[in-house]
Write a protein that binds this ligand. Structure first.
Ligand SMILES: [Fe+2]
Length: 387
């Protein structure tokens, strides 16, 4: 079943098209939600009723009241996703809720985890029904994951220290409403981590061995937008221009990785998160400087387009990040982490051998433009102490 789903996702990548999630973007876009739902119903892409999914910690968030008010006229059923990360159990609870109310459209409002849980739940509801798969509208309240448009989602198994990627057309949202105003009340560490996710996804989508001209351009745009707007957005939550740029970066990075997937930094981030509890984007950002320096060196090219292509992409990444040399990237990342109060490598305790062993089991490692064995990965992670 999962293999079939992966084949479908790969077939989509092979056709070199960006998955077609319809996007309503911009400050105040939340107001378009009821109209969007009605349009989807009128177009035969959804039916009533609406199942509205929030995160477990959403009760005190102003955007919950705002979204509830906007959708009030549609009388949605409301359910909360109970966990910080999607698990089999937490996704199962959403599937039960969707089944109980006969949901014809799922509206998921929250961070990457809430959106991922709803994406998988919607795919499971679709698999149960002979016809009439529910539509899915994603409304991100964090700016950088791009989960609102990607055709994949993650389920975490903390007992077995593992995460599973689910990739299928049914996981892909039907539509997304991206309103930067919803990110204004985020905790600064959370916001910084999410923005860093957009930056890392942009860079990885650009140098991935699966990249296309389109995903490279989207990825570089995402990285450049984060570089330009990060400081203002993290320090001034009311700076709508800066926050809009970061939300746009997240959207572009999501579109970019929908085409070319992520690479080594994301592979390293999963065991780091499982072992240390670090936030996702923060965990992705920690190895980026070293992986970039590694990828910038010659040898062991894994990209069929050859080392000249990889060198060219790395040069474009450096330009997007506003630096001339690979070694300067680390300073940019350190500054960004400091601005958001996020720890450095030296403040994070972990076992490099275990992280490398786990990271090597994730397929996305083979999307890295330069070959990265488990041993090299371990050396790279251990090197961080000596810098
Ligand atoms: Fe990510």
């Amino acid at each position: 079943m999962e293999r079939q789903a992966r084949r479908e996702a790969h077939a989509e990548n092979g056709s070199r098209t960006v998955p077609g999630t319809r996007v309503v973007f911009g400050p105040g876009a939340t107001a378009a939600l009821p109209e969007l739902v009605r349009e989807l119903v009128a177009a035969g892409r959804a039916t009533m009723p609406v199942l509205l999914v929030f995160g477990a910690t959403s009760a005190s968030r102003p955007w919950r009241r705002r979204v509830t008010r906007e959708l009030d006229g549609l009388r949605p059923d409301v359910v909360e996703h109970a966990r910080r990360y999607p698990t089999e159990e937490s996704v199962g609870a959403l599937v039960d809720a969707g089944r109980a109310c006969g949901a014809g459209i799922v509206v998921a409002v929250g961070g990457g985890s809430v959106l991922d849980a709803a994406k998988i739940a919607r795919a499971r509801l679709a698999a149960e029904r002979a016809e009439g798969a529910p539509a899915l509208v994603t409304v991100p309240t964090t700016p950088g994951t791009g989960a609102e448009v990607t055709p994949f989602a993650t389920v975490w198994d903390f007992e077995r220290s593992k995460k599973e990627s689910v990739a299928s057309l049914e996981v892909r949202p039907t539509a997304a409403v991206v309103d930067p105003e919803l990110t204004a009340t985020m905790d600064r560490r959370e916001y910084g981590s999410s923005a860093l996710d957009a930056l890392v996804q942009g860079v990885e989508a650009a140098w991935s061995t699966r990249s296309t001209a389109e995903s490279i351009a989207l990825g570089l745009t995402a990285a450049g937008l984060v570089r330009e707007a990060y400081e203002a957005a993290v320090q001034e939550p009311e700076n709508l221009g800066a926050c809009t740029a970061i939300s746009l970066a997240g959207l572009h990075s999501g579109r970019a990785i929908a085409i070319s997937q992520t690479t080594a930094c994301h592979a390293i981030s999963y065991p780091l998160t499982l072992m240390t509890g670090l936030r996702h984007g923060h965990a992705c950002s920690l190895p980026l400087g070293q992986v970039l320096a590694y990828n910038a060196r010659a040898g062991d090219c894994m990209d069929a387009r050859g080392p000249e292509h990889v060198r060219g992409v790395v040069r474009r990444i450096l330009r997007a990040l506003g630096v001339c040399e690979p070694r300067e990237v680390e300073a940019v990342l350190e500054r960004f982490r400091r601005l958001a109060g996020l720890e450095e490598w030296s403040e994070v305790e972990f076992d490099a051998a275990s992280v490398a062993a786990q990271a090597a089991t994730y397929g996305r490692l083979s999307n890295n433009p330069r070959r990265l064995s488990r041993e090299r990965l371990q050396t790279l992670l251990e090197d961080r102490r000596t810098r």
